[in-house]
Ligand binder design. Structure first.
Ligand SMILES: Cc1cc2nc3c(=O)[nH]c(=O)nc-3n(C[C@H](O)[C@H](O)[C@H](O)COP(=O)(O)OP(=O)(O)OC[C@H]3O[C@@H](n4cnc5c(N)ncnc54)[C@H](O)[C@@H]3O)c2cc1C
Length: 485
């Protein structure tokens, strides 16, 4: 692996290893940072031997050719915000950091699409194009996330209810295959095509296990004419989920996001929220966060409609509404939702770690699975909160526990395991948006079955016969490849 790293350094820089600090790094702290995440429970102890920093697709191809020749694992790295050990390096290898491939290559405003390098951050792109061109990219995972990682995890976020997930926004990809070949999944930028296999979708969500994404053509959406936010608190999760389901079914065009936070998470806002979030005292009850977008008049009608749906739902006696009166208040209310995870992680007791789950179920089963999961967490006496993209039936339980307490760790693991199996029993999925990484490989088998996993492995073997692309993710390395070392 070190030999490959030195060959890469020399090839990229054309210089001796002592002077290549700009394109390759062996620093132990940086390697640790690139191989571990506080957000993730699925960390491994192995680290890559080096981090390389490509600037172009050709650099990536060169890196891949050298790694392929030496059968050395390659692990792409975006911003490191994924939470299932997706960028960890259980088989060591070379970490490919895309922070220097962070250019917007072409913006076609009239066609509403953009070509970006994988290291572009989605918030930077939106800042750049929203005011100048009235366009934006709607997926909103971690504020730090970059497009290479977002494509590879098929991410989504609060806007998925209205805009779908990452797979719906990718028009084509440039991909470097494990042996260094450069391919495009589609050469043009048509907004639809039924020409041939849909290779773009094969790479979206493949977690860097099939190839390395070096250019991405994305669709863009028009910035809505107006937006607004409302929060509605309920006496119980069941009442909140019932109302969410009623709101979804009434087909309101302007309802763009529908999020839920439980009473524990609402209490965190009052105690540890940012200054903007603590401008108001939050009702410490299960709360729906509603985002509206459209015309001002349309939003006004939608808000009236929401009130009517709640009036007719029978929950109205115990419900408290709050609609943003100003743009500032709208931002402050939504900040409470967007900052929730950060608030929780930054205030977790010393010595504890976070285990965040990510299951999705059909809407009608959401209240039931959240309630059972909350009961199981309470029985353990651990601190646990619920945040959910309720409009998609997707929720996260974040549990904090002492990792040195082996019994507790096993019990938390059992709660997580139960949650995933319950989701499957309810015809849901073990991963709504965080992908599989190293953390959910066994559950993926339970979800898809051996035959389907077998077909995925056949694709992987065809594209990556030496099994060097982000090995150990999604599924285990087959024994015959392991035996070859
Ligand atoms: C506070 C917080 C909030 C979050 N909220 C959400 C949310 O609402 N919705 C959601 O979906 N996710 C969310 N996430 C998870 C995370 O932001 C997403 O998984 C995101 O897509 C990861 O992007 P990244 O750039 O950090 O990728 P990384 O974590 O660096 O990498 C993710 C995966 O992509 C692979 N990869 C990276 N670059 C490439 C490339 N160029 N080619 C091929 N493979 C590549 C990596 O090997 C790895 O397998 C959240 C995370 C945090 C910490």
């Amino acid at each position: 692996m070190l030999l490959a790293a030195h060959e890469i350094a020399t090839a990229l820089d054309g210089s001796s290893p002592s002077s290549f600090s700009d394109r390759i790094c062996f620093d132990a702290d940086l390697l640790d940072h690139h191989g571990h995440s506080d957000w993730s429970t699925s960390n491994t102890s192995n680290r890559a031997v080096a981090i390389v920093y490509p600037h172009t697709t050709e650099d990536v191809s060169l890196i891949a050719r050298i790694c392929y020749a030496h059968a050395v694992p390659m692990v792409p790295y975006g911003a490191g915000s994924s939470v299932e050990g997706n960028f960890s390096q259980p088989h060591s290898g070379i970490c490919i950091d895309f922070s220097r491939m962070d250019r917007v290559l072409a913006l076609h405003a009239d066609d509403m699409d953009v070509v970006v390098q994988p290291g572009v951050n989605w918030m930077d792109l939106n800042r750049e194009i929203s005011t100048t061109h009235g366009l934006f990219f709607p997926m909103d995972p971690s504020p730090t996330a970059t497009f290479g990682g977002m494509v590879s995890t098929n991410c989504s976020g609060t806007n998925a209810m209205r805009y779908g997930t990452m797979k719906d926004w990718v028009l084509n990809l440039t991909v470097v295959l494990p042996d260094g070949q450069i391919i495009k999944t589609r050469r043009g930028r048509p907004r639809k095509s039924s020409a041939g296999y849909n290779l773009t979708s094969l790479f979206v969500g493949s977690e860097g296990t099939l190839g390395i994404v070096t250019e991405i053509t994305l669709k863009l959406a028009p910035v809505p004419a107006d937006t607004s936010v409302a929060v509605v608190s309920f006496p119980s999760i069941a009442a909140a989920a019932r109302t969410a389901s009623a709101l979804m079914r009434c087909g309101m065009q302007g309802l763009a996001a529908l999020e839920i936070m439980d009473e524990v998470q609402m209490g965190m806002l009052n105690r540890y929220g940012s200054e903007a979030v603590r401008k108001r005292v939050w009702d410490e009850k299960p709360t729906l966060f509603l985002k509206f977008s459209g015309t001002t008049e349309g939003i006004r009608q939608d808000i009236a409609h929401v009130e009517k749906v709640i009036d007719q739902s029978g929950e109205e006696a115990a419900v408290k509404f709050h609609f943003a009166a100003t743009k500032q208040e709208e931002n402050d209310l939504w900040a409470a939702r967007k900052e929730a995870l950060f608030t929780m992680v930054s205030t977790r007791p010393a010595g504890t770690v976070l285990w965040s789950t990510d299951v999705a179920v059909p809407l009608s089963r959401l209240a039931e699975i959240i309630n059972i999961s909350k009961k199981e967490c309470s029985a353990l006496g651990i601190f646990a909160t619920v945040i959910g993209h309720v409009g998609d039936g997707n929720f996260h339980v974040a549990m904090m526990y002492d990792p040195n307490d082996a019994k507790m760790k096993a019990e938390v693991g059992k709660v997580v395991h139960n949650m995933m199996h319950r989701a499957l029993e309810m015809e849901g999925t073990v991963s709504g948006e965080h992908a599989i990484g190293t953390g959910k490989k066994e559950c993926l088998v339970d979800e898809l079955g051996l035959e389907t996993i077998g077909l995925m492995q056949t694709f992987k073997r065809a594209v990556d016969p030496k099994w060097i692309m982000n090995p150990g993710k999604v599924f285990d390395m087959p024994e015959d490849i392991q035996r070859q070392g």
